[in-house]
Design a protein. Structure first.
Ligand SMILES: NC(=O)c1ccc[n+]([C@@H]2O[C@H](COP(=O)([O-])OP(=O)(O)OC[C@H]3O[C@@H](n4cnc5c(N)ncnc54)[C@H](OP(=O)(O)O)[C@@H]3O)[C@@H](O)[C@H]2O)c1
Length: 297
């Protein structure tokens, strides 16, 4: 069967969400008598991290969220990083703490994330927040998986019963999206770098929904795709010619036209990640001010 694949417009879904959030933030800020405030921690000089932080600061500013970025030198030790997090935990004017990853090699992200007050953990990466996903009652959800769930919802793709392959098992994307989809009654298989390639291909060939989050350009081939599958590409890879591509071979998948829907890179999952960081910040703010959140998931 050849058909036209629908290109999922993550940018539009993110903009719609930000529009709603802006309205909500005005209301909540009026009620609280103050604005939500996000603290971002950047350690070292990673250029990609600086670009991501600039996007986050811009989105915060557009929505009426104050933000402050703490830039620490690359040779910061664990104790100093932990102390900064502790100070931000205790600072009542700060509602969300975002530790920009990756950290320089001498620092442990696990130890640092553990220091963050789970109620201010707007990246949703503290074991407490990840654990809540396991219970089926999440609070602050990691931003990229959260964005993927919203994208599916926005296009009326119900994961219930869908045979699903998640490629990648990181704490940031693969594991939480697999868990969220399981909670939404999808039948999920997780694949990773130690999976046998033949097993991976066989599983993808049978999947109604494929989430690729590995960081390998054009890894998922058009000929692996089942008729009518939904393809969500999380990967961001820069080729030698400067072009950005995902983990799924977008161009050939479009040409083959077997997929029902596919996300582009850029303009797919990426904008949703930033929008959900804003959502988590507002949610954390509301909970800290009033003990509950009116934000529906
Ligand atoms: N769009 C966004 O907003 C957004 C947000 C976050 C990340 N990303 C992008 O998404 C990609 C993944 O990010 P991440 O943080 O999850 O990366 P990560 O922590 O490096 O994890 C990559 C995962 O992919 C698996 N993997 C690597 N090569 C593989 C292969 N050939 N076959 C099967 N599995 C393979 C790894 O397996 P092992 O566990 O066995 O090593 C690992 O589980 C990156 O391109 C990143 O830039 C995008």
């Amino acid at each position: 069967m050849t058909q036209e694949s629908l290109i999922l417009n993550g940018k539009k879904v993110a903009n719609d969400l930000k529009h709603c959030l802006k309205h909500k933030i005005t209301q909540i800020s009026e009620k609280a008598g103050k604005k939500p405030k996000l603290a971002v921690i950047l350690v070292g000089d990673n250029n990609a991290s600086k670009v991501y932080i600039a996007h986050k600061e811009k989105a915060a500013q557009e929505l009426g969220i104050s933000s402050i970025t703490h830039c620490l030198p690359a040779d910061t030790d664990q104790k100093d990083l932990n102390n900064l997090i502790k100070t931000l935990n205790e600072d009542e004017t700060i509602n969300g703490i975002l530790l920009q990853l990756p950290l320089p090699a001498n620092l442990s992200p696990d130890i640092a994330i553990l220091q963050i007050n789970p109620l201010k953990d707007v990246d949703g990466l503290h074991p407490f927040n990840l654990g809540l996903i396991m219970t089926g009652k999440p609070n602050l959800i990691p931003c990229t998986p959260f964005g993927i769930m919203r994208l599916l919802q926005a296009y009326n793709f119900n994961p219930k019963g869908l045979k699903t392959t998640v490629i990648g098992r990181s704490r940031l994307v693969g594991k939480p999206i697999a868990e969220l989809l399981t909670n939404a009654s999808a039948t999920v298989t997780i694949m990773h770098s130690k999976s046998r390639l033949n097993d991976l291909i066989d599983t993808v060939k049978q999947s109604d929904l494929v989430i690729a989050a590995i960081g390998q350009p054009n890894f998922v081939k058009a000929e692996w795709i089942k008729d009518g599958a939904i393809l969500i590409d999380v990967g961001i890879n820069r080729l030698d010619d400067g072009k950005l591509v995902g983990d799924i071979d977008f161009e050939n998948c479009l040409k083959e036209g077997k997929a029902k829907a596919i996300t582009p890179v850029p303009g797919g999952v990426g904008p949703l990640t930033v929008a959900h960081l804003m959502l988590n910040t507002v949610k954390a703010f509301e909970i800290q001010c009033f003990g509950y959140s009116s934000i529906e998931l």
